[in-house]
Design a protein around this ligand. Structure first.
Ligand SMILES: CC(C)(COP(=O)(O)OP(=O)(O)OC[C@H]1O[C@@H](n2cnc3c(N)ncnc32)[C@H](O)[C@@H]1OP(=O)(O)O)[C@@H](O)C(=O)NCCC(=O)NCCS
Length: 166
């Protein structure tokens, strides 16, 4: 269900994506992830084809997929950080998944992304696994993945976190 979301200065609308969102979603993914295709846990996934929650007007995007074993958050982007957009999109997704009886939500991040590790753990996610060198392997499929990431840390490893929903 769409719902309003208020910060100190603006009012946004949080809602599931539609096909009309395709062009700006592709532009956002290109700008933030170097393309619509993500290489993660040895899979190539086109994020622009996934279901998503969006924050209007084009302020944020959370792409995800659901399988019988649980859901996976593939990307979460807040155009302006620290305004609550990431939290609001994650809340909307979790509420919808719980309503549908989905047992868990998984997310993968990289070793350099300290902000994301903090963000997810503050919201109840726990560390599940570490794949040393997984990003180095992913570069064979997506050479655009930068060598150096957040905080000037080399991007090398994938880290999975998970949140139990039931
Ligand atoms: C990680 C990310 C999604 C977080 O989204 P965000 O919108 O910045 O997150 P929020 O604003 O909801 O929360 C961040 C902090 O700001 C605080 N905050 C929320 N609303 C606020 C407001 N109006 N004013 C000031 N601070 C606020 C929150 O309390 C939170 O702190 P906490 O974790 O101690 O509770 C975002 O920084 C991002 O897009 N990162 C780049 C992409 C990425 O790495 N994604 C994750 C891997 S998939």
């Amino acid at each position: 269900m769409p719902s309003k979301f208020q910060t100190s200065t603006c009012e946004f609308l949080r809602r599931p994506r539609t096909s009309a969102d395709q062009p700006w979603i592709e532009t956002l993914l290109q700008a933030r992830w170097g393309g619509t295709k993500m290489v993660v846990h040895n899979e190539i996934i086109d994020l622009s084809m996934l279901p998503a929650w969006v924050m209007d007007p084009q302020r944020g995007l959370a792409t995800y997929r659901v399988s019988p074993s649980g859901a996976e958050l593939l990307s979460l982007d807040a155009i302006t950080p620290g305004q609550g957009v990431g939290s609001a999109l994650l809340d909307a997704l979790i509420t919808a998944l719980r309503r549908d009886g989905v047992p868990s939500l998984r997310v993968t991040t990289t070793n350099d992304n300290i902000a994301a590790l903090r963000f997810y753990q503050r919201r109840g996610f726990t560390l599940q696994s570490l794949r040393p060198g997984a990003v180095n392997a992913a570069r064979a499929h997506k050479p655009e993945i930068p060598l150096i990431g957040h905080n000037n840390i080399p991007i090398r490893d994938e880290i999975d976190l998970s949140l139990t929903l039931v």
